[in-house]
Design a protein around this ligand. Sequence first.
Ligand code: GAR
Length: 210
Amino acid sequence: MKIGILISGSGSNMIKLIESCQNSKNAFIEIVISNNPDAKGIEYAKLKNIKTKVIDHKEFSEREDFDNKVHEVLLENNVDFLCNAGFMRIHGEKFVEKWFNKHLNIHPSLLPSFKGLNTHERAIKSGVKFAGCTVHLVRSGVDEGPIIGQAITSIDINDDKISLAKKVLKLEHKLYPKCLKLFTDKLVKVKNNKITFSDKAIEVLNDFKV
Ligand code: GAR
């Protein structure tokens, strides 16, 4: 499976996906695309000899034109599966349709709670006692789509948005590679919005059981 990764920033999740695919027979990271010319993750991908491309969203007046360019580059590189890894742009409906059920996102909250930005700050303010991260298939609503896996941590009395972000990011780094593996090793089947997890997939996700 040829994988494309979309990033906007530091790319720490991207690094974990790259590392996890390094010795895989089934998965190959074909290209990393960033909408942000200053994304730190681009440098790391280059160091690993992975093809990179900056498609600066500011150069496009319409969201659809930016989406079309990203899609074009993915097709040119024969990408067949897409992972958003800290990608901070919203995809238009047409783009989502094109990558339907072949497109994962990671979000630093226990979805469906705290979609969107400033998740950790909002979680702490709300008084919830648990936080975490979610890997899900991409749909057109922001941070919406069938959930593949979640990992959970507690919010302690002394946590602030920075300490919580650190705890959650650590979980993200474990969860995302495992969720991607479910697809590259064909351990899950998806029909429309229904995901069927094989016994092996359940075993993989059991690492995150509480
Ligand atoms: C991660 O916490 C990721 O879940 C979040 O941005 C951070 C980027 O980290 N993504 C979103 O909020 C998307 N809705 P990274 O660039 O180091 O992987």
